[in-house]
Design a protein around this ligand. Structure first.
Ligand code: NAD
Length: 553
């Protein structure tokens, strides 16, 4: 039975034992499509997160996808082109049920303006990373990544402890909304600016943000008090980051850590320039895109200059994956890239071993299924400090949104072992329903993004997009249930290509085979991608785990 969804009443949360589709694999993908809208930012417009990241091209396409998933057989494959279903073809029961290509535009044409025009004509849509691939699980999807970044900074600079430390950031949207909770879990006092009061209230309502301050003075006083008491807290403030950051700098206040997760990647549909109301921005999105792009870029210049000022005064400043440095540099801030990207600065040693944001969703809709898998993880990986620490924290702090889900950064072999063990629990009836396994596209072998994931790779291979394409082909050959290739849309047009995968633990022997092949080969390619670029950790992982790397020369 679906459950009511207080945040979006028209989008009930799927669940229960009854199937609408002909099998659990199809039903699973249908529930995941429903789920990304349940937990999305603006489901009435099919928008899941990151300003324009959509679950389907339009409502007609959505309807056709739902109908097809319900009616299709296990030996068929549904083909989706930028959120529109275009074919249902006979393949075989070990082939993917769904393959997708979203927003892939030929090189010279892959520009924001071309994307907007194609989108306006209804020919394309952007799937974000996990939106169009029906893998988004709400703010939890990035929360461990954000938490691990804060903890790496704690270890590198603050004796392993962020208590009594002040984090300044902005953006309380679909992904950025994870920041206040991640900061609080890391023990810090975190201030999050968002221009949209509704977004701040939403994060408060779902338990990710503790307080919304009435103004900057009050916000800074609350932070100051928490810092003095070494008390973890999260404070939201409604305002424009391009105004608030420089104002904080002007007052001579230097936070310990500064970042930003506004949707700065999209100068039209994402970022809000200073001095403009949300209504004005919405109007210009329709008939003043050029003006809006110029105003956004000018604001980002001020925003990033303040970040650089904090950096010069000793703050730990990093780019949180939203192209803010790129737009600032284009706007004339020559040293914008003095700010490091989070992947290279903090997470690359993990990615080099293909340890990344793995996640699973309880298709039954029952939280007890996630709790059982939490226990299983603690039993299976008692010596993995990242995992055990995270699961204990997540249990205590991370509220569920939509289908109960969990994320944990696991690597090669670990993902497969967990998924196969979970499949056995589904088979034995210990879980109330099947579990879908997936991961963020920001994963070792799955993403080429020279300003985020692959910035400053050891061998200079930053812009080579062969790896995510190879990953997708490998996953199709490895019995995954859903495989997708995404490229950037909006502000990300021309900036990235990524691959996504979903595999369903339905409790069958075939399910175990699918999980085993797909998850093992996915992380194997991830380790190989970094080994090929010369990372020592990857060569070590290959030797230790017997990964089939073909070393040339
Ligand atoms: P979103 O569109 O859901 O939310 C963006 C938020 O920024 C909105 O709440 C908006 O009101 C706010 N905002 C825009 N301009 C502002 C300004 N000038 N001042 C204050 N607030 C402003 O986007 P999201 O899904 O939260 O993603 C945010 C960014 O993070 C995107 O660029 C996205 O691509 C990127 N991202 C990074 C990672 C990662 O792994 N680090 C993961 C996902 C998304």
């Amino acid at each position: 039975m679906p459950k009511p969804n207080s945040r979006h009443p028209n989008f009930p949360i799927p669940g229960g034992p009854d199937l609408r589709a002909k099998g659990w694999r199809q039903e699973a993908l249908l529930r995941l499509l429903e789920n990304v809208l349940c937990v999305g930012e603006d489901p009435e417009n099919l928008i899941v997160y990151a300003a324009l990241g959509k679950a389907a091209r339009n409502w007609a396409s959505h309807k056709a996808i739902v109908k097809t998933l319900i009616e299709m057989d296990e030996d068929q494959t549904l083909v989706i082109q930028s959120g529109k279903p275009v074919a249902l073809l006979k393949t075989h029961a070990k082939a993917p049920l769904v393959i997708m290509a979203n927003c892939n535009i030929v090189g010279q044409w892959a520009k924001a303006e071309v994307f907007y025009e194609l989108e306006r004509q209804g020919l394309i849509c952007w799937g974000g990373l996990t939106a169009g691939a029906w893998q988004y699980i709400g703010s939890q999807g990035v929360i461990q990544g954000t938490y691990e970044i804060f903890m790496r900074i704690a270890e590198n600079r603050f004796g392993g402890d962020l208590s009594g430390r002040f984090i300044l950031t902005a953006g309380l949207g679909g992904m950025g909304g994870a920041q206040p909770l991640a900061g609080r879990m890391a023990g810090a006092a975190i201030l999050c600016i968002d221009i949209d009061a509704e977004r701040a209230e939403k994060r408060k309502a779902i338990g990710y943000l503790e307080h919304v301050a009435p103004d900057l003075d009050a916000a800074l006083a609350m932070i100051d008090q928490a810092v003095k008491e070494k008390r973890a807290t999260s404070i939201g403030l409604v305002g424009n980051a391009a105004v608030i950051y420089p104002e904080i700098a002007k007052r001579g206040i230097v936070p310990d850590i500064v970042t930003d997760q506004t949707s700065a990647h999209d100068l039209v549909y994402g970022y809000v320039p200073k001095g403009m109301s949300l209504q004005e921005v919405r109007r210009l999105r329709v008939d003043g895109q050029g003006q809006l792009m110029a105003a956004s870029r000018a604001s980002i210049v001020d925003h990033v200059k303040a970040m650089l000022e904090f950096q010069a005064k000793g703050a730990e400043v990093f780019d949180n994956g939203n192209l803010i440095r790129t737009h600032a540099r284009d706007g004339g801030v020559a040293n914008a890239f003095d700010i490091p990207i989070f992947t290279e600065a903090y997470l690359r040693p993990l990615f080099a071993r293909a340890i990344g944001p793995f996640r699973w969703m309880a298709l039954s809709g029952e939280e007890s299924d996630i709790a059982r898998i939490d226990d299983l993880l603690l039993e299976m990986f008692p010596d993995n400090r990242i995992v055990t620490n995270w699961i204990r924290l997540a249990r205590a702090h991370v509220p569920f949104e939509g289908l109960p889900a969990r994320i944990a950064w696991l690597g090669h072999g670990e993902r497969t072992a967990l998924a196969v063990a979970v499949n056995a629990l589904v088979a034995s009836g210990e879980l109330k329903g099947p579990i879908a396994f997936s991961r963020d596209h920001l994963d070792a072998g799955a993403m080429a993004h020279p300003n985020i994931m692959t910035e400053r790779m050891k061998d200079g291979s930053d812009a080579i997009a062969d790896w995510p394409l190879l990953d997708a082909m490998l996953l199709c050959s490895s019995m995954a249930d859903l495989v997708v290739v995404h490229s950037g849309g909006g502000g990300y047009a021309g900036y990235m290509t990524s691959c996504g995968v979903t595999v369903v633990a339905d409790g069958t022997a075939d399910g175990a085979e699918r999980l085993s092949h797909a998850l093992t080969n996915d992380t194997a390619l991830g380790v190989i991608r970094y080994a090929d670029a010369g990372y020592e950790e990857s060569l070590d992982e290959i030797a230790k785990k017997g990964i089939g790397y073909v070393a040339v020369g």
